[in-house]
Design a protein around this ligand. Structure first.
Ligand SMILES: [Ca+2]
Length: 271
């Protein structure tokens, strides 16, 4: 009986900690480890006037004009204006005038932190398009924030595209560009320098050439050593003998007194 009473008292003590808290009394629970802002918790637990996460955003360039097939990379920033860290999901809406080359991504943004990301699109057909970047901070809900990327696509074919597709129609080299983009991002992150795709391409090329050269050198050296080991003493003697005969031959040939004069005569008679 005493044990049961103790358990009840303990339970009563624990209930306030287990149940949800709403510090500002706006009807939205304070975020916890198990109930985050993503799940619907109050992004501003101490402000009764606001409960949804607030973001400040910007993209560079603010507008873009593209030829057909021309890509543009927008560098965008997103800042969390709230007092608590949030997880967001970012995606780019499809547009009939544009090729969407942005892979939707998840970002964790601390309070007052500004995170940078890149958005790539290419011109597909002539027209004025607004690419819409949506930022979701709630699991069940519409976008918390959208960024408009105004883009004009001209009717001209991009010069960079035609130079790439001169040979054999339209080769898909986008995987190379992606690999180089990844490489340049990696190099920029892991070295003190900023690398563009072109820089990354040069680095990859140089490393590749260096590797090929050193592999060739190594193989040539290995072959040479193997051949030298194979050569027995008798081989070398035979070779030396042939060498001597060859040298003797050419020497004798120069002073060979029995070469007939006839060729001269034949050439003369043809004239
Ligand atoms: Ca609030």
């Amino acid at each position: 009986m005493k044990k049961t009473a103790l358990a009840v008292v303990l339970l009563l003590f624990l209930i306030p900690f287990a149940s949800a808290e709403d510090s500002d009394g706006d009807g939205y629970e304070n975020p916890t480890e198990n109930f985050t802002i993503w799940d619907g918790a109050d992004a501003f637990p101490n402000n009764p006037d606001i409960h949804d996460p607030v973001f400040s955003t910007g993209c560079d360039p603010p507008v873009a004009t593209l030829d057909l097939g021309e890509p543009v990379i927008f560098t965008c920033t997103i800042g969390n204006e709230g007092p608590i860290g949030v997880d967001v999901y970012i995606e780019l809406g499809e547009h009939s005038n544009l090729i969407n080359q942005f892979k939707a991504e998840n970002l964790s943004i601390n309070s007052n932190q500004i995170v940078e990301f890149q958005v790539k699109v290419s011109g597909l057909s002539e027209g004025v398009a607004t690419a819409k970047l949506s930022i979701y901070a709630r699991a069940n809900g519409s976008a918390s924030h959208t960024i408009d990327l105004p883009i004009e696509v001209t009717g001209e074919e991009w010069a960079g595209l035609s130079s790439q597709s001169n040979v054999g129609g339209n080769p898909d080299i986008s995987f190379i560009n992606r690999a180089l983009d990844d490489t340049s991002a990696w190099l920029s992150d892991n070295t003190p320098w900023q690398f563009s795709r072109m820089n990354a391409g040069l680095v990859v090329l140089l490393i590749g050439l260096g590797l090929i050269a050193s592999i060739r050198k190594y193989r040539a050296r290995k072959m040479w050593i193997q051949n030298m080991e194979k050569k027995t003493e008798s081989d070398r003697q035979t070779e030396a003998r042939f060498d001597q005969i060859r040298r003797a031959d050419t020497h004798q040939h120069h002073i060979e007194p029995t070469i007939p004069e006839s060729p001269k005569f034949i050439i003369k008679s043809k004239k």
